[in-house]
Design a protein around this ligand. Sequence first.
Ligand code: GRF
Length: 205
Amino acid sequence: MPSPSNALPIVVLLSGQGSNLQAIIDAAAQQALPIEIKAVISNRADAYGLVRAEQAGIATAVLDHKRFANRQQYDHTLRELIDDYQPGLVVLAGFMRILSDQFVEHYLGRMINIHPSLLPKHKGLHTHQRAIEAGDKEHGASVHFVTPALDSGPIILQESTEILGNDTAESLAERVHAIEHRIYPEAIRRFACGEIHFSANPEKA
Ligand code: GRF
């Protein structure tokens, strides 16, 4: 399907399943998003997200971090690869890499991430289990601009779900994933339509 002429070029980075990528592809196909996904890049050759991209006719690339001596070299090559596509937005969709400060600064204000918690709660990994163990009443997902401090950039969009008495990390993850699939395309739409901009002020985008 042709993209609208004013489509925002985006590049998606991922390492795994790519269900968020799929939600973005589907929203774009329904013309709900004025974007063109130029490429999907993974650090893992076995990421199923690459298959989803290929099925949608999107260019893919694999840049295996194990082939690089250090994070700086990897990030430098990744940046060159991304910039070949001249994206207006870089979308992290389950990209399981810590990014160097220089890399983040290069894309400041035009790189976003989705995180499975109600930030600033539960930064990092194993968020569903941690929310249950903390006795939280609610949990959810957040889309935020990426800044050098992990999972700490200005929040663009959040949605919550109640934590039920019989929830396990798995049952909670399932509901949070469904939230992610709604709010990530919506956050991208808002960015692409110029409704939100990065502000160096913490808390709100
Ligand atoms: C999601 O839970 C997202 O919040 C986190 O990584 C996971 C990616 O899932 N950053 P998928 O690969 O999009 O299914």
